[in-house]
Ligand binder design. Structure first.
Ligand SMILES: [Zn+2]
Ligand SMILES: [Zn+2]
Length: 223
């Protein structure tokens, strides 16, 4: 009965469907959803900046974004919005230095980090809750799988040994596939095999980086 209830809850949870959809992408689904959510959060943030004093207050307190999200802001934010945020911050910092007041590191308590952590936890929880389901496992087995970072987090939180074993086997299988593609890519750089030309392995060097470190830091703008 408990299982049925769990399934029903999942059924109506839109985040669950977002996770299923993300598994069709050729990348870590958790990283993909974090990146997607951060981009829309940034959009809203720059939109509300003009009308919502709360947003500016939060950014004042943290002295703006952390380094990672400052980079993202420069890539996808609005120049005028960034100028307004940092004009505030510059004048507060000037005053604090003049007064000899204590100053925390800029970006500590970054509002995008807080949001991003919540998003990450939400999708990790959904993954953990649904992994015991066979349909979910099948879908996961056919996907890119998780990056190593999210693999390790989820592995440490999977309670049952059998599920942990299946989960590890999925990761082994995808790593093996990356290894094969990389070896092909390297082999074909040998002048003796150059004539063979490159196929699917031509992007293996990029995909493996996503697999090992994740790709939530990419905005997709440069692709
Ligand atoms: Zn990831
Ligand atoms: Zn941040």
């Amino acid at each position: 009965m408990g299982k049925e209830k769990q399934r029903n809850e999942s059924f109506y949870d839109s985040s669950y469907f977002e996770l299923l959809e993300a598994m069709k992408e050729n990348t870590c689904p958790v990283c993909f959803l974090i990146k997607k959510s951060e981009l829309s959060f940034m959009d809203t943030l720059f939109y509300e900046l003009v009308n919502d004093p709360g947003v500016r207050e939060k950014l004042r307190k943290s002295y703006g974004f952390c380094p990672r999200h400052a980079t993202l802001a420069k890539e996808v934010g609005k120049p005028l919005g960034i100028a307004i945020i940092y004009e505030d911050i510059c004048s507060i910092l000037r005053e604090k230095i003049e007064k000899g007041a204590e100053i925390s590191y800029p970006g500590k308590g970054c509002p995008v980090c807080r949001f991003s952590d919540e998003v990450e936890e939400r999708y990790i929880s959904i993954f953990l809750k649904n992994f015991p389901e066979k349909d979910f496992q099948n879908l996961y087995q056919q996907s890119f799988g998780l990056c190593m970072q999210h693999f390790l987090v989820i592995c440490s939180r999977l309670a049952r040994e059998e599920e942990k074993e299946i989960f590890k086997q999925c990761q082994l299988h995808t790593l093996q596939e990356h290894l094969f593609q990389l070896q092909e890519f390297i082999r074909k750089h040998d002048y003796r095999f150059f004539y063979e030309g490159f196929g699917g392995e031509s992007t293996s060097w990029k995909k493996v980086v996503d697999k090992i470190v994740g790709n939530k830091d990419e905005t997709g703008e440069k692709k």
